[in-house]
Write a protein that binds this ligand. Structure first.
Ligand code: SF4
Length: 259
């Protein structure tokens, strides 16, 4: 069982393949997972295996934990490149997400004004105005789109909303006017007897159309790095990721590849 759960509200700094020295903030339960997706590659495991009754940390606790850590890092002389909302699930599901973003921006400005603020999100909750507005304020608004084909999203990401629609997602992405980063996990293998492969020509063509239509300021493409709950998955080669990345660059969009 793959279980990388973060047991603190603030963790790290860790070296991130995509972001550099990253101080993590986990707004989800410390002993379980809470997500509106249930990706077959999720490093936190499947939702059903990590249910919890633990409450989410409240705004005051998050602010205090973050301030303590920032003071400590400053005293030690440890620099950070980024403060990243990630952790055990989907950060925008926290009911005080917007207020916590405001607190984080204020604390960052005091202690590490050069650090960026990143949010890694599955993009499911962009339809909520408060979530959308909060994401507009952060430096790196990183939104997941693993495929532009609904059937594939349902196979790989398994959104819990039956109304999930690619068209709707793309319309919401467009409202950021390019001020977002698209993140896409490329993966191959099988799940429940079905072939998983979001690197086929049909997949890449549809996905590139979505990139073209929504014009992110950057696209992050990556593949699995750690143990996954679905064991029948494998890494996509760096060559393949580069090939995909080249096609994104041809659209005039910056690419970040983590193989
Ligand atoms: S969106 Fe992220 S946290 Fe949620 S299941 Fe997928 S990988 Fe895990």
């Amino acid at each position: 069982m793959s279980t990388i759960l973060f047991h603190e509200i603030v963790f790290g700094p860790l070296h991130s393949r995509r972001l550099g020295a990253s101080l993590g903030i986990n707004l989800l339960p410390y002993d379980g997972k809470l997500c509106s997706f249930d990706c077959i590659y999720c490093e936190c495991g499947y939702n059903k295996d990590f249910r919890t009754k633990t409450k989410l940390p409240d705004r005051d606790n998050v602010r205090a934990a973050l301030e303590d850590k920032l003071i400590q890092l400053q005293q030690e002389g440890t620099n950070i490149d980024v403060i990243t909302f990630a952790g055990n699930g989907e950060p925008t599901m926290h009911p005080q997400f917007a207020e916590i973003i405001d607190d984080t921006i204020a604390l960052r400005d005091i202690y590490f004004p050069a650090a960026k603020i990143s949010v890694l999100s599955n993009a499911m909750h962009l339809g909520k105005q408060k979530v959308f507005d909060a994401l507009k304020k952060v430096d790196n608004n990183i939104l997941k789109l693993d495929s532009a084909i609904l059937d594939t999203v349902k196979l790989i990401d398994r959104p819990n909303s039956p109304g999930y629609s690619i068209d709707k997602q793309l319309e919401l992405f467009k409202l950021f006017n390019g001020d977002f980063i698209m993140q896409t996990m490329f993966v191959k293998g099988s799940h429940n007897g079905r072939i998983v492969d979001n690197t086929t020509e049909e997949e890449i063509s549809a996905w590139l159309e979505a990139v073209k239509e929504t014009r992110p300021k950057e696209v992050m493409i990556y593949t699995i790095d750690r143990e996954t709950p679905e064991k029948n998955l494998e890494k996509v080669s760096v060559e393949k990721l580069r090939e995909i990345g080249k096609r994104v660059e041809e659209l005039g969009i910056k690419v970040n590849i983590a193989g």
